[in-house]
Design a protein around this ligand. Structure first.
Ligand code: GLP
Length: 241
C-alpha cells in the first residue's frame, strides 16, 4: 500500500484530484467510483478546480458506493443530492452517466441486481473511499461476514450517530442503506482511501496494520494491489511510518 501523509485535508484533496485527473485523461471511457461524506469534499473541490481549468469530463461515467433507503434523490440528505451539490452540478458529466443506487425503489432486491448489472457493465477504473470510525467502507458495516455484491444493510448504531450531524437529529437518519459490496470495491483497478482527523487515527491503524478482519471492513483493502491511502497528519498519527 502506498501511504501518503499531507499537512491538511485541502493539500490531500489536491493530490487525490491529480490522481483522478490522470485516470480521466488516460482512458477512453473512464469510470470513477465515487464516495460521499465530509472527507471527500476537499477532493471534489480540487477536482472541480481542475475542470474549471480545462479538464474535460464529458466522457466520464460515475458509480457511487451507496444510498440511504427511504430518501428520494431530491431529499437534501440523500447521497444523490450530496453528489449534485459537491460535484455533478459543477462539472460537465452527462446526468445519464452518473449512477447511484435508488433508495426509494419499491423492490430493493431487484434494485440491488440492477446496480450489480450497472457495475458489471462499467468496470471501475478508480474507486474513491472514505472510512467510517468503525471501519466501514461504503456502508459495508462491521459484521461476521462481508457481502460481495450490492445489498441492503442495517446501519450500525455508531454509523447512525456519526451521520446524525448531517440531519436535524438522530431520529431522522435512515436505518438502512443500499451499498456496493466488498467484491465490487475490490474489483476496481485502483483504489484511493482518504481519512482525515484524529478521530480516524485508530481505525486507520487497525485497517492497515492489523490482519484482515470482518469487523474492520476496510482491512480487506490489504488484498488489493493498487491502493493509495491519503491521510493528514492527525489520521496518520497512530501509524509507525
Ligand atoms: C458514510 C459513507 C461512507 C463514508 C463514511 C465516512 O457513512 N457511507 O462512504 O466514507 O461514512 O464519512 P465522513 O467522511 O463524513 O467521515
Amino acid at each position: 500500500m502506498n501511504i501518503r501523509v499531507f499537512r491538511t485535508p485541502s493539500d490531500a484533496g489536491i493530490y487525490a484530484a491529480s490522481i483522478l485527473e490522470r485516470v480521466v485523461t488516460s482512458k477512453e471511457r473512464p469510470v470513477l467510483g465515487l464516495a460521499t461524506g465530509g472527507t471527500v469534499i476537499p477532493l471534489y473541490e480540487a477536482f472541480v478546480n481542475l475542470v474549471r481549468c480545462g479538464l474535460d469530463v464529458s466522457h466520464v461515467t460515475t458509480l457511487n458506493l451507496d444510498e440511504y433507503i427511504g430518501l428520494a434523490p431530491d431529499h437534501p440528505q440523500s447521497y444523490r443530492a450530496f453528489m449534485n451539490e459537491h460535484l455533478f452540478s459543477k462539472v460537465g458529466i452527462p446526468a445519464e452517466s452518473t449512477h447511484l443506487p435508488n433508495g426509494i425503489a419499491s423492490d430493493l432486491a431487484a434494485e440491488c441486481e440492477r446496480y450489480n448489472a450497472v457495475i458489471r457493465k462499467n468496470p471501475i477504473d478508480i474507486q474513491i473511499l472514505g472510512i467510517g470510525v468503525n471501519g466501514h467502507i461504503g456502508f459495508n458495516e462491521p459484521s461476521h461476514t462481508l457481502i460481495t455484491g450490492t445489498h441492503v444493510v442495517n446501519l450500525s448504531a455508531e454509523t447512525i450517530k456519526m451521520n446524525a450531524r448531517f440531519f436535524q437529529n438522530e431520529e431522522e437518519v435512515p436505518r438502512q442503506a443500499i451499498t456496493m459490496g466488498v467484491q465490487s470495491i475490490l474489483q476496481a483497478k485502483q483504489i484511493i482511501l482518504l481519512a482525515f482527523g484524529e478521530h480516524k487515527a485508530e481505525i486507520i491503524r487497525e485497517a492497515l496494520k492489523d490482519g484482515i478482519r470482518t469487523d474492520v471492513p476496510a482491512s480487506i483493502l490489504q488484498l488489493h494491489k493498487d491502493v493509495t491511502v491519503i491521510l493528514d497528519e492527525q489520521s496518520a498519527s497512530h501509524l509507525d511510518l
